[in-house]
Design a protein around this ligand. Structure first.
Ligand code: AMP
Length: 352
């Protein structure tokens, strides 16, 4: 890796099994970006971010190792990318504190993702009726990690000099805040941070298999297709997947949102264009299309599942590789936080 390549940073939270939304919206692109050889890549297990969901210690530690195994099994390679665990980088916590002093809390409380998170337990009709006072009451009783989340995210990116951040649409507002924070810091103390730019995956939103109006999400497991689902589960899930009225296999997001979602998934896993798939299934019905899609996805993830099983047998080696990645990331982050501390006056100049 040469230092001249632009730095790319992204993380995924260890909050449970990965689904095809995570894969198509993030991991597939991570692997392509890594293998393009154009970037210095930093990919991390966002375990500090995951703490905001208050997981049990047992689940969290298991999910951390499972996610690293998934990273390796999809093709992220510690020889090509720095793959690390966020909580092992102490300098991040220091930078988060420094950056937090530049952000008014009002800006954090206005973040769409924050509002979504604190209101997620409410039904849509309850949300509509919510008064400002009731909203404020919910906000002040929420966990503080959810408020600080975007500042930690800014620190994650800025500490490594991240120029590019592959993210989903849902994170764009947070990235904009990271840019604002970088600019504020640079204007006040001297240019030290790069203003990061987003890299949006071509597939922005994979919708739920049981409700095409909702995003596929771990919080709605019934509509998820997980990367390590068994072939019989994949077949059953596609068989049960919601379809639209009519019988034609045609892309039409307004009138046929369910079939359009399945067509997009087929296109991603086959490399065929939507028009080619429509032509291929011209005289076929929904269930024939869904059967073919299930077989396509099963064979696509066969190598992934084989590798995953191999890595599961080599946990000690996986942990060692994660530690080695965290050590590399720590060196870069430590150097940056020292520069920051000097700039802001935390390291007194002896000759002054
Ligand atoms: P999460 O576990 O929700 O933090 O998601 C990890 C990554 O997967 C983020 O980059 C998300 O934008 C992406 N992602 C999650 N769900 C979907 C989805 N249904 N469609 C596309 N991308 C998604």
């Amino acid at each position: 890796m040469t230092n001249k390549k632009p730095v790319l940073v992204s993380g995924i939270q260890p909050t449970g099994r990965l689904h095809i939304g995570n894969y198509l919206g993030a991991l597939k692109q991570f692997v392509e970006l890594q293998n393009s050889g154009k970037y210095q890549c930093y990919f991390f297990v966002a375990d500090l971010h995951a703490l905001t969901e208050n997981p049990s210690p047992k689940d969290l530690s298991q999910n951390i190792i499972n996610l690293v195994i998934d990273f390796f099994a999809v093709g992220l390679d510690p020889k090509k990318s720095v793959i690390f665990q966020q909580s092992q980088i102490q300098s991040l916590q220091e930078l988060k504190w420094v950056l937090g002093t530049l952000v008014p809390p009002g800006e954090l409380l206005r973040m769409t993702a924050f509002k979504e998170k604190v209101l997620q337990a409410l039904k849509p009709e309850e949300r509509e009726k919510l008064t400002k006072e009731e909203f404020d009451k919910i906000v002040v009783s929420t966990n503080y990690g959810l408020v600080e989340y975007p500042i930690l995210m800014a620190a994650d990116i800025l500490i490594f000099g991240g120029q590019f951040v592959p993210i989903g649409h849902d994170q764009l507002q947070h990235l904009e805040l990271a840019r604002t924070i970088a600019r504020k810091f640079n204007n006040r103390f001297g240019k030290i941070f790069v203003e990061p730019r987003p890299l949006l995956a071509p597939t922005s939103r994979v919708m739920s298999l049981d409700d095409p109006t909702k995003k596929m999400s771990k919080s709605l497991p019934n509509g998820c297709l997980f990367l390590d689902d068994k072939p019989e589960d994949i077949r059953a899930k596609f068989r049960k997947a919601v379809t639209d009225s009519g019988s034609e296999i045609k892309f039409d997001e307004v009138n046929k949102p369910a079939i359009s979602n399945l067509l997009m998934i087929y296109s991603e896993f086959s490399g065929l264009t939507i028009a080619q798939i429509e032509a291929k299934f011209k005289n076929k019905n929904y269930s024939q299309f869904k059967e073919a899609l299930a077989e396509l996805v099963i064979s696509y993830f066969e190598p992934f599942n084989k590798k995953k099983k191999l890595f599961q047998k080599k946990i000690v080696q996986v942990k060692k590789q994660l530690t080695a990645g965290s050590n590399k990331a720590h060196i870069v982050a430590y150097k940056k936080i020292q520069e920051v501390k000097k700039l802001i006056g935390l390291i007194p100049h002896l000759n002054n």
